[in-house]
Structures are given as C-alpha cells and as structure tokens.
Design a protein. Structure first.
Length: 509
C-alpha cells in the first residue's frame, strides 16, 4: 500500500520480534497506525496479534525492533507509561475485579480524592455514570462486576479505557460478547473517536465488521506481517486466504449424516426468576435431538440461550421444572455432576473462567472431568494422564510444544480444543456447546466445525448455541429460535433462510 503522509502515522512498529520459551511469537513485524482511522489487525489465533498489542500498550517491554510514536523512538516502561502517552487497550480477556463496583473498577488506582485525602465516591460515581451513558449502558455504578453478564462487563472495560486521555485505542475483539444494540452503540462511539483524530487499532475475526469499520488492514500469519492495505483494495476472500495460507473454498463443508434415535429429550422446561417473582426466564421449553444430529439454537443476547443449557445441567435448582430424558429414560438432575454422570457435557461460553484452570497444564486440564479413568490404586497415574492428553492433542490437532504446556500460553482456538478434549474424555451421549467459536479465528473455527462434524458422524447428539447466524446455518441440521425465554420457531436445513430465522428470533413478533 502506498504510504499516507507521515504526519498521519501516530505510532509505528518496525521489525518487532518477540520470543517466548519455545515459541517465536513475532518475527520482524511491521505495523503502521494512522490517526483518525480504524486500523484493523487480523490473523489466526496464534498469529501474534495479542502479543503485538501487548507491546504497543506497554505490557511487554522486552523485545527486539523498535516503536516510533509521533516520529520519535519510544520504549514504554509499563502500561502506565503507555497510558500517560495516550495509548490504552481493551483486552478481550477482561481485566476487571469481580467484587469491586463498576465505578471502582473504572477508576482503580486513580480515584478522585476529597480535601481530606479520602476517595470522593460521589465524584467518582458521577464520572463513571457519564462514561457509561456514552455507551448507552444505564445502570447503578455501585453494582459489583460479579453481578454483570459478560457483555455488560465488556462495556465497563470499554468505559475504563475511555476514562484515559486516549490518542490510540486498541480494541481486541470488543464485540465478541456484545448484543446487536450494544455493538451498534460501540460503532457510533468509534465514529466519534475517529472524528476527533483518535487512532483505533481493531482486532476482529468477524469479516462483516472488518468491511463495515476498517480503513486499513494489516494481516499477520505465523508471527509475520504479510500484508498492509486499505480496506477498499482487498476482498474478504483475499484477507482470509492471506490469514490462513489457503483459499476459502477449502473451508468447512458440512457432511450429511444418517440420524438415529432420540438421545436427549426436554419436556416443558421452565426457569423462574429468583426470589418471590412470578416471572420466568425460561417457559415451557420442549425439544429433542437425535443421534448424529446437530441442533442449532439461535437467539439474541438475553433471550435465554445460556440459561437453557445451565438449567439442563441443574445449575438453577430449585427454580426449575420440567422433564429430561436420555436415550428414552427419564433422569433427575439436581446438580451438574448428575448431568455428567448421565452423559451430558457442556462446553461453556467463557472458556477461561468456566472451562479451564489457566495455570495448569494441558494434560491436567483434559483429565479434570475423567480422573476416575486415570487412577491406579486410588492414585493419579501421570503416565495415563499424559497418554490421554497426547491422544487428544493429536486427534484435535492442538498446537502446543507438549502436553505439559500451561493452557494460559495457548491461543484461543487451542484453548477451546482443550475444553472440548476434557469433555470428550467422558464419552458423552450429548454435547452442548455455548458459543464455541467466540473469539477465535477463521481457521480455528473451521477446525472446531470439523470436530463437531466428526463427532456427529460417530453418533453423538450435538446442541450448539451461537449468536452468529451464518455460522449456525452452516453447521446445523435443524435450527430452533429462542426469544424471551420461549422457543419461537423451528427450521429444517432445507428451509434455512437468514431473514426468516432472524425474524423468528426478534422480540415483539
């Protein structure tokens, strides 16, 4: 791409190289970030995007190469140093303290003080409320973070970044947990920041966002920068091919499978609000899923999708009612362990908080749900644990240097494969997947789809929740829509139509 006038480049990375033990994360990477533009950075998980952003924002200070800020060579001491110079980052993995309030999280470490030198809570809460108002999130800023759903926490993280004097705002998958209305508000905010000359560095795996928002795009692959272009000069297919090194036509194509008997049947499942309220979060939900079938459940944020899976697993007793059958036999589930014993496994939406123990190894994580299989005389057999991990590492093509690698060091896509491996190890009858491709790249999504297809071919019944309509249409044999805690539509694969499915999932129909 022909360079724009140098004055418009606010920060630049030149030949940046970053090495971790056994991994070359970045190899002589170049990146130019233009003021008043959305500068998209794309690539597979593990391509080096987050590592590069951590260097730009002062998280990593030990690297080769150089950073140039407004034409001057710079080396940040830490994240505070980067923020003082106008660079803030919104991490995909949220950096919030659960048991502090929204206001306390936004101004942590720089709380306004009164004349007595004490925290001025009134002033702090007013400032926090004003920031949230810019994001159309009206709530009590005294609420604890732990009480917020993941999309709301993402908004707080964005507000925290905006509380600084931002000249470069780095957004790492900022819409991965946002609803459509929240995403629309964020896009309007981005437009206003651009108009003020703020540079946005935007990491996304959603190609529609890339086309809608970006002015420029830089593609990373295997730790190298392989392309920089204005967005109007490159197609989505070109970008994807650059990301993964092969053509889009080589991507996932769903196979047809002969379905068998019903594996899971739910009758009249309801979930009441907590307390004395007579309102329902789920009401009279009934469905079944057969052997070798992939059932997709599509709904907007807050429709009850996640609550449905949690209720099946017994997480909301005693507010629940309804009947569950596995292979035609009625079962009682009062806690998650009952569901696991019955052969129901759940891949949760938030893999880092709910699916993994980050400071444990891949082998230790995979064995967590199946410890009884790797015990010898009541003691854990490290050899069996390693063998189990190596089996799934090879079967699911998990990219790691060994089964003893800590999962915190794996890319998002490979972390998700570890979660899948953990539950496959119990040989489930039914596999529930809640947003299984959230925050992972195009190629990793493709691999997850193939894993699901392979499991279906082996007779497993699969139920998947996704907020990405093209995705759920691509991988499902049948789709049911949910809105306001009720099922509102059912579509066989031959009658899939994006407009009809979306219409069924919208409220007030």
């Amino acid at each position: 791409m022909k360079g724009k006038p140098f004055e418009s480049v606010i920060i630049e990375a030149r030949k940046v190289t970053k090495q971790f033990p056994g991994v070359l994360a970045l190899n002589r990477v170049d990146l130019r970030v233009y003021a008043g533009k959305v500068n998209a950075v794309v690539g597979e998980n593990g391509a080096g995007k987050s590592t590069l952003m951590n260097i730009l924002s002062g998280v990593y200070t030990d690297y080769d190469g150089e950073l140039v800020l407004n034409g001057e060579h710079i080396s940040f001491k830490d994240t505070d140093d980067a923020r003082q110079r106008g660079i803030s980052i919104i991490h995909q993995e949220l950096q919030l303290i659960p048991h502090l309030s929204i206001a306390e999280n936004i101004f942590l470490g720089r709380e306004p003080l009164n004349r007595a030198g004490l925290i001025d809570y009134k002033k702090m809460e007013e400032k926090a409320g004003a920031l949230l108002e810019r994001l159309d999130f009206i709530t009590n800023v005294k609420r604890k973070i732990v009480s917020l759903r993941i999309g709301q926490r993402q908004i707080v993280e964005i507000a925290k970044a905006l509380s600084f004097d931002v000249r470069v705002l780095i957004m790492d998958e900022p819409t991965s947990a946002l609803s459509e209305s929240e995403t629309s508000t964020l896009f309007k905010l981005i437009d206003s920041l651009k108009a003020k000359g703020t540079a946005i560095v935007y990491i996304t795996h959603k190609m529609n966002e890339l086309i809608q928002l970006a002015d420029t795009v830089t593609v990373l692959r295997d730790g190298c920068s392989v392309c920089e272009s204005t967005i109007k000069n490159v197609s989505v297919n070109d970008i994807v091919k650059l990301m993964v090194g092969r053509d889009v036509k080589d991507f996932y194509v769903k196979q047809s499978h002969e379905m068998g008997d019903v594996r899971l049947k739910i009758e009249n499942m309801s979930l009441k609000e907590t307390g004395a309220s007579e309102k329902f979060r789920l009401q009279d939900i009934s469905f079944d899923v057969k052997e070798s079938e992939v059932l997709g459940i599509y709904g907007l944020m807050g429709s009850g999708r996640t609550e449905l899976f949690e209720t099946i697993l017994g997480l909301h007793k005693p507010q629940t009612s309804g009947t569950i059958y596995i292979k035609g036999k009625q079962i009682q589930i009062t806690r998650p362990n009952d569901a696991v014993q019955a052969g129901i496994a759940l891949i949760p939406e938030d893999r880092k908080n709910d699916g993994l123990v980050l400071n444990m190894t891949m082998a230790e994580n995979i064995s967590l749900a199946s410890l009884s299989q790797i015990l010898r005389k009541g003691l854990l057999s490290e050899n069996l644990e390693q063998a189990q991990s190596d089996q799934y590492r090879q079967k699911l093509n998990i990219k790691s240097y060994s089964s003893n690698q800590e999962v915190v060091t794996l890319s998002g896509g490979n972390q998700q494969k570890v979660v899948v491996s953990k539950w496959l190890a119990i040989n489930p009858v039914v596999l529930l997947l809640d947003e299984p491709t959230r925050g992972i790249d195009v190629n990793a999504k493709n691999e997850i789809y193939k894993i699901m297809d392979s499991l279906a071919s082996q007779g497993m019944a699969i139920v998947i929740v996704s907020s990405e309509l093209p995705e759920i249409m691509a991988i499902s044999d049948r789709i049911m829509t949910i809105c306001g805690g009720r099922f509102t539509g059912e579509f066989e694969r031959k009658s899939f139509a994006e407009e009809k499915i979306l219409h069924a999932a919208l409220p007030n129909q």
